[in-house]
Design a protein around this ligand. Sequence first.
Ligand SMILES: Nc1nc2c(ncn2[C@@H]2O[C@H](COP(=O)(O)OP(=O)(O)OP(=O)(O)O)[C@@H](O)[C@H]2O)c(=O)[nH]1
Ligand SMILES: [Mg+2]
Length: 445
Amino acid sequence: MGGGTIAAISTATGEGAIALVRISGPEAIDCADRIFRGKQKPSDIQSHVQHLGHVTAGERVLDQVVISVHRAPQSYTAEDLVEISCHGGVLVTAQILSACLDAGARVARPGEFTERAYLNGKMDLTQAEAVIDLIRAQTDLALRSATEQLGGRLGDEVRTIRDELIAWRAHIEAAIDFSEEGIGPDEGDKLQARVAQVREKISALLATEQRGRIWREGVRAVIYGPTNAGKSSLLNRLLGYERAIVSHIPGTTRDTIEEVISLRGVPIRLLDTAGLRDSQDELERAGIARTENSLALADLILHVIDSSAPKPLCLADRDSNALEILLLNKSDLPTHPDWRNCEALRISCLAEDGLAGLEEKILTAIGARHLTTESAVAINARHRDCLGRALEACDRAQETMAQNLSPEFVAVDACAALNAVTEVVSLESDDPILDSLFSQFCIGK
Ligand SMILES: Nc1nc2c(ncn2[C@@H]2O[C@H](COP(=O)(O)OP(=O)(O)OP(=O)(O)O)[C@@H](O)[C@H]2O)c(=O)[nH]1
Ligand SMILES: [Mg+2]
């Protein structure tokens, strides 16, 4: 936490056409008055209108800039906010930031602008989280989901559930207040029906976690197999360009190579790995150890075999629960008898044969039908944790009611469910989860 007026460079570091420096907080406009020279002082200019002028440090002109003032509460942070667009040089932006600091602002922490937007009620927590998702989105579906979440779709669904829980709790409390002998059978049925309904909605949201994880992080697909099978060739084919070195020398790939492709909007993180064989070479063995580590984290294994060569002797046992697709590569060459009756997808990276079938198979294996639904609502791990606790509380309440125990017990669970659901959209300002959430942002966002 920390109040005051903050400043940061909001554009990415490096040379660019323009860069943006932002100042937010009670002194933002005063700060701008101290460093901006133009026809009008920032404190006199109309909100949301751009003005041309110069940023100065003492007598020295640092750059010609365009400035705009966004007066509270009509700004991203709901505070007074000033945006300075300057030339996109590394040094010039650093000097403008430094002028802002000399004028009274302090350096913003990562995500502090968005954190203020959240704390000032401009957005709920799911929307703040959507800001990172949107910046990181690598495929169309991931982007759509982030945009919907930023628009408040997930927050709205969660608030509907919260409202139902509030109504449910009010009924339980009424039952406690007005009846001597607990909840009557009629009332009990109604309360049971209510909780069942809410429970259903919570489970439906929980079920979106898997696709949320896939949209945000992608499916980890590890390309695995013996040396020279054509693993790097497969990576290059799926990517559409020559990313990895391919050669007839076994043991070409040493380090793991990771690239993301989009299969019908589903992000797939392809990992090309060092081929497996008994090797005395220290570097190659380090590469093979990395292959084993990747397998442990895989969602999907693309097991590549050279179908023109005999079955390798040393295919180590793997420790992985991932789905696996067996690929007999080099189908352009005569098949070795060892593979003749093998159930597998036959492909040729050289002749570019069977690759469309492989893409189809990948999509089927990961259940892509569930991933491309109408609704792009998808919860993340933090939401799952909150909703999971809410679901457990509902289950306990149902059980308590079924056993006809005192409504006070039910009220405790109703309260727990309500609190857990509320945490999806808002946390107290001193909650440590907020710090870890906003620290994932870039500085200046
Ligand atoms: N005929 C034929 N050759 C292929 C095919 N795919 C790959 N190759 C050749 O097989 C050799 C090995 O290919 P790579 O892609 O480097 O194999 P790798 O599995 O990555 O090998 P390592 O990195 O050494 O483990 C190269 O000479 C490729 O040109 C194919 O479909 N048909
Ligand atoms: Mg390779």
